[in-house]
Design a protein around this ligand. Sequence first.
Ligand code: DAH
Length: 358
Amino acid sequence: MEDLDALRGELTASINGAADLDALEAVRVAALGRKGSVTGLMKSLGQLDPSERKAAGQAFNALKDEIAEAIEARKKTLSESGLDARLAEEQVDVTLPARPERSGSIHPISQTIDEVISIFGEMGFTVAEGPDIEEDWYNFTALNIPPDHPARQEHDTFYLNAEKGDSRMVLRTHTSPVQIRTMQAKKPPIRIIVPGRTYRCDHDATHSPMFHQVEALVVDESTHMGHLKGCLIEFCRTFFGVEDLPVRFRPSYFPFTEPSAEVDIGCSREGGSLKIGAGADWLEILGSGMVNPKVLENCGIDSTRYQGFAFGIGIERLAMLKYGIPDLRTFYDSDIRWLDHFGFKPLDVPSLVGRALA
Ligand code: DAH
């Protein structure tokens, strides 16, 4: 037994002294590997007197478990401090001035979001935000998408591991949950837009696992579909800078709006190049509708008194159409040549000052 205590002391010291994961692995092999010291003890059981075998077996097993546990604990500590060290080492000081040979540029996504904000800002909307990691209830249930609703399958959701007893958190699949958070937090009249990141488990030429949307929500006592139409026609014409841009509202379905409409803008594809404006074709650019009374009620808003409209726009799509960017994936490649070509000058701040809405 004294020998056991000595071995225990020795091994524990080596485990705690292991400076990195490789050193720890070497200690593990020396103790618990096929030819390890603790494994050797287990093998020696057969040579013991049968009267001693049971007690010795129990003691060896306890030592084995204790050593395995200590190795796991040390492994966790080493991995965590390894990550901390790497994070510290790879830190970038974003406050440093740009290198003289490069002035830096604004990413087309940031530019497009700023443009959208400046247009809706002019119409009296304010910007709201919400968390990227969202509760299931806000992302789905409160938006009239209960657990068994088919619309859940259409969102290829990233789920986080559930904490004990809680339901799983999700990476928000759209910016619509911020509608709910806003309606819970303040009373109508409400007029907000919500630019932000959204996530779906999907990746190809037209889908990215992370993308951006702008949500809009208007709630008051007199809002009607005419306001929705006017607001969106105005937005589309101003954003694309085409005064007579045809805008079409097509009946659609979303669980959180009733009635719902998808919005298309006119375009032509003559000669193989896409041109936004009057033409033979249509391009779908957003989803919209009158807020479903059930959604208002879910947020404690009296649906017999209040009504509203909402819409959701994909930012990447807007940017691709406006700036002729052919492939969605290039937005996230961090290719400096791409940014030189499609990026914006830092002082090129979008503004409608001096420019009438369409
Ligand atoms: N949340 C929808 C999506 O991601 C887009 C959307 C459609 C938002 C209609 C709305 C709306 O607010 O009214 O596909």
